[in-house]
Design a protein. Structure first.
Length: 202
């Protein structure tokens, strides 16, 4: 189905990743995503789709957001435009209003794009720390799009969140036992869905 607006017609269809040069028939033949003429729904991992413009005038495409790119931002006459969404790093749905208009602004069409929330992730820059028998300190960086916390398995190994909020410091007391010892620092997301462990040896 296509909707015409006084000389500018917009049709939408999923885009085969094989390339943008696919014919209109090939574009329509791809049906792995159901879209309307006015709306696209993208996955949170990053996605792309296309729409076609049939026009006898100069036109401009504006996504209005940095995470959504249009393959063609301006042109004349007929064209296929690819919309590419970056991976959504946030744990919330986000939307954009894509404006397609004639260059003089007399004809305007809006396409709504929604992208699902991103997948939560939790990564550390190190997973093992080695200390001498003396007291010491080390820093661990955390990469996550979710709230997280930590616990230590032993009192001689303590943990404190740093002011940057993207890292924490590990402190160990002097080991006077004459024996090697080990502790486990567990880092978890707030909902408990993800968990990482740092092994501390002294």
């Amino acid at each position: 189905m296509a909707i015409s607006y006084a000389g500018i017609e917009i049709q939408s269809s999923p885009l085969p990743r094989a390339g943008r040069d696919a014919s209109a028939a090939a574009l329509r033949a791809q049906s792995d995503r159901v879209v309307s003429d006015t709306e696209f729904s993208f996955s949170g991992n990053g996605d792309e789709a296309s729409f076609s413009i049939t026009s006898n005038a100069d036109w401009v495409v504006n996504t209005g957001v940095s995470w959504l790119k249009a393959s063609e931002e301006s042109g004349t006459g007929n064209a296929a435009v690819t919309l590419t969404a970056e991976r959504n790093e946030k744990l919330e749905v986000r939307t954009a209003q894509v404006t397609v208009r004639t260059k003089d602004g007399t004809i305007r069409r809006t396409i709504t794009v929604s992208q699902a929330e991103g997948e939560p992730y939790l990564d550390l820059n190190v997973y093992a720390l080695d200390f001498s028998h003396q007291e010491g300190r080390a820093e661990v960086s955390v990469s996550s799009n979710a709230s997280w916390g930590f616990t230590s398995s032993d009192s001689w190994c303590t943990v404190k969140r740093n002011a940057t909020a993207n890292s924490f410091s590990v402190f160990v007391k002097t080991n006077d036992s004459g024996k090697n010892r080990a502790a486990q620092i567990t880092v978890k997301t707030a909902n408990g869905g993800l968990e990482k462990t740092v092994t501390v040896s002294q």
